[in-house]
Design a protein around this ligand. Structure first.
Ligand code: 4NP
Length: 154
């Protein structure tokens, strides 16, 4: 099972989702069973570390993003991954346009899939500190629900 999280820049939301899910998988000893990655629809931050505000907020909750580097979604992702989860509707629309006709990956809006209180993980990039905490709150809830689904599919 392979899961890809996608946002716009791949320096705030999707790398955080990747780190949160990896952390939960490691706690359960399921790291080897599920492959996790993240990517951005944009190319501005390819090769860059996650945003420093994102890294610090995540670190305070015990998530380490230091090894992650930005990359852009590519056509082969749509056959390499089983499930591609977008952070907001704009990311989802972008992915739908990129999706090759023969693609096998299932595409979905991450939080809506699990009927959580919100459908989208808001972009924290131009906002204040509280936005990064909200991203973590939403992603922790989303990853807990995703994990329940993934465990049911193993
Ligand atoms: P992300 O946040 O999509 O959660 O990584 C953003 C990061 C960078 C930019 C926008 C959103 N940007 O415009 O550079």
């Amino acid at each position: 099972m392979r899961v890809l999280f996608v946002c716009l820049g791949n320096i705030c939301r999707s790398p955080t989702a990747e780190a949160v899910l990896r952390h939960k998988l490691r706690e359960l000893g399921l790291e080897g069973c599920i492959e996790v990655d993240s990517a951005g629809t944009g190319d501005w931050h390819v090769g860059k570390s996650p945003d420093s505000r994102t890294r610090q907020a995540a670190q305070r909750r015990g998530y380490d993003l230091s090894a992650l580097r930005g990359r852009q979604v590519c056509a082969s992702d749509f056959s390499r991954f089983d499930l591609i989860l977008a952070m907001d509707n704009s990311n989802l629309e972008h992915l739908r346009r990129l999706r090759p006709g023969k693609a096998t990956a299932e595409l979905d809006l991450f939080l809506r899939r699990y009927e959580l209180a919100r459908d989208e993980v808001p972009d924290p990039y131009y906002g204040g500190e509280e936005g990064f905490e909200q991203v973590l709150d939403l992603l922790e809830q989303g990853c807990a629900a995703l994990l329940r689904e993934l465990r049911g599919r193993l």
